[in-house]
Design a binder for this molecule. Sequence first.
Ligand SMILES: [Zn+2]
Length: 186
Amino acid sequence: MSQKLDSIFRKVLISVGEDPEREGLLDTPKRAAKAMQYLCHGYQTNLEEVVNGALFASDNDEMVMVKDVELYSLCEHHLLPFIGKAHVAYIPTGKVLGLSKVARIVDMYARRLQIQENLTRQIAEAVQQVTSAAGVAVVIEAKHMCMMMRGVEKQNSVMSTSVMLGAFRESSNTRQEFLQLIGRKS
Ligand SMILES: [Zn+2]
C-alpha cells in the first residue's frame, strides 16, 4: 500500500508542475506517503484496543474533565490540517476511564479524515459508550488550514463545535459548570 501511495505522490509532484527527479524531491514521495499514513493512523485501531480495559471502579459521581487535549486532524474536504484543542467531560456512574485514555480516544478519531462536527460527536459517543456515563460533553476549538491558506484566507477564525449528551444536555447547571471550567461563560 505504501508503495502505491509513493507513486501517487510522485504523480502529484508532476501534476503541480514539479520535476520529481530533482535532488530535493527524490525521496519526497516516500516521505509524503509515510507522513500521510501517520496522519491517518486512526484507521488502524479501534475503541476497544485504545481503551484496553483501563476502566476503574469508582463511586465518584462528580464531573471528570480533561481540558486542552491537543488535536491534529485532516479535513476530509481538502486533506488539509485542522489543529486545535478538545475539552472532554463526563459524569461517571461507577466507572472512570484511565487518565490518558481520553486523549487516546481523541487521537484515534482525529487521526482520520474528518469534519470537526463529526469528530466532536464521535469522541462524545465513544466516551459515553465505554464509561456508561450519566452525561458527556465535548467542545472542540480548531483552526482550519483550508480556511487560512486557501479560500477565504481568514487567518484568525477559530471554529468551535460542541456535543452534549445526557446530563449535559438536560441540565443547564451541569452544562454551565462545564463551560465555566473550560473558560467559556456563556
Ligand atoms: Zn477543508
